[in-house]
Design a protein around this ligand. Structure first.
Ligand SMILES: NC(=O)c1ccc[n+]([C@@H]2O[C@H](COP(=O)([O-])OP(=O)(O)OC[C@H]3O[C@@H](n4cnc5c(N)ncnc54)[C@H](OP(=O)(O)O)[C@@H]3O)[C@@H](O)[C@H]2O)c1
Length: 327
């Protein structure tokens, strides 16, 4: 039996993707065969599809770190045929063929049953970006910070940023959104941001050792100098989460925000978090923290994913891209 997949191939150092028919693998012990109903596009998928170093072990390869689908067959009694499941992160789309194919063959420990009220479409409009936003927001909520002051989100029109804006607004925070696309005011307001801050303006002056503490916390999705500036502006006992590096890998901060204001900088690694934490976050996203992402999500057929990959690599993507399989 065959299935269709977007296969990335390397030719003389150049990487390109093409739709191909692949053989359905034989079920191995400890694994599950899953029919992929929907996948989604994340920054890491774009890196995998463009041959960025350190993401995929070897090519040809099928990217796709996110899967919402249905069990075809499982080697244990953990799942039955027809169970609706979600799988994200771990080595999916890095060492194991991922959701850009119609079928995946994954270790069953990486798979969880979908919350009943979450459709494939909604699950993938969150995807890893949404799960990462939820993990970031949970760090802020668990620290019981005082939400009298606004909270900051950087990279706010991106996948993680846009969901973080929506979740924090739903949880009654006043959300200020930093963006490189300040003309997207309407979109960001609809997501729940009350103030839009142009990235250029925010970065017009370098970070001080300690600035006015005007934010209770922040979800930083970009890293680099923006993260350094954010840290200097957090009030006493605030929390800043850090998950991404599109704005730079390195940053320099004074120790003052930490030793004079007791703030915390909290790293997020949603890919390798425990399956129990993922399950808890999916339950929250399907229930108490449910947000409607339809206005910030577009659906794209797998055969048309190329231009979307280019867009996310250039930082021009807005919101989330859900991937449809089939004709
Ligand atoms: N640690 C984890 O578990 C985890 C999980 C998922 C993603 N990530 C990482 O989180 C980051 C965001 O992922 P994503 O899926 O949300 O990507 P995305 O959809 O491409 O969003 C990134 C956003 O960052 C902003 N941006 C782009 N280039 C920038 C630059 N040079 N300087 C400052 N801001 C820039 C843009 O938003 P604006 O134009 O609105 O500023 C862009 O839309 C990536 O680095 C990704 O690898 C980490």
């Amino acid at each position: 039996m065959k299935y269709k997949a977007y296969v990335v191939e390397e030719n003389e150092g150049k990487f390109s993707g093409v739709l191909k028919d692949l053989d359905v693998p034989q079920l191995e012990n400890g694994k599950a065969l899953i029919k992929v109903h929907k996948s989604s596009l994340n920054y890491k998928d774009a890196l995998a599809a463009s041959g960025a170093k350190g993401v995929v072990r070897s090519y040809p390869f099928v990217p796709g770190i996110d899967i919402s689908g249905e069990i075809i067959e499982c080697s244990s009694e953990k799942f039955s045929a027809g169970d609706k499941v979600i799988a994200t992160g771990y080595k999916i789309g890095m060492a194991e063929f991922g959701g850009f194919g119609e079928i995946v063959h994954l270790p069953e420990d990486w798979v969880l049953k979908s919350p009943k009220n979450l459709s494939h479409q909604h699950a993938m409009s969150y995807g890893t970006a949404g799960l990462t936003a939820a993990a970031s927001v949970k760090k802020i909520m668990d620290s019981s910070i005082n939400n009298d002051l606004p909270v900051l989100v950087s990279g706010s029109t991106g996948g993680v940023g846009s969901v973080a804006v929506g979740l924090l607004s739903k949880l009654n925070f006043e959300v200020h959104a930093i963006t490189g696309k300040p003309n997207e005011v309407e979109l960001l307001n609809n997501m729940g941001a009350s103030k839009i801050i142009s990235r250029e303006e925010f970065m017009s002056e370098p970070a001080k050792a300690l600035d006015k503490g005007i934010y209770c916390g922040a979800v930083d999705t970009v890293g680099g100098d923006i993260l350094a500036k954010i840290l200097s502006m957090i009030s006493n006992n605030g929390v800043v989460t850090c998950c991404g590096n599109v704005g730079g890998m390195m940053f320099t901060s004074s120790v003052f925000p930490f030793i004079l204001r007791g703030i915390q900088l909290s790293g997020i690694d949603s890919a390798e978090s425990s399956i129990d934490l993922k399950s808890e976050l999916w339950d929250l996203l399907s229930d108490e923290w449910f947000i409607d992402l339809s206005k910030q999500t577009k659906n794209v057929k797998i055969g048309n994913i190329g231009p979307e990959i280019e867009k996310i690599l250039k930082g021009n993507q807005i919101g989330r891209v859900v991937i449809d399989h089939g004709e």
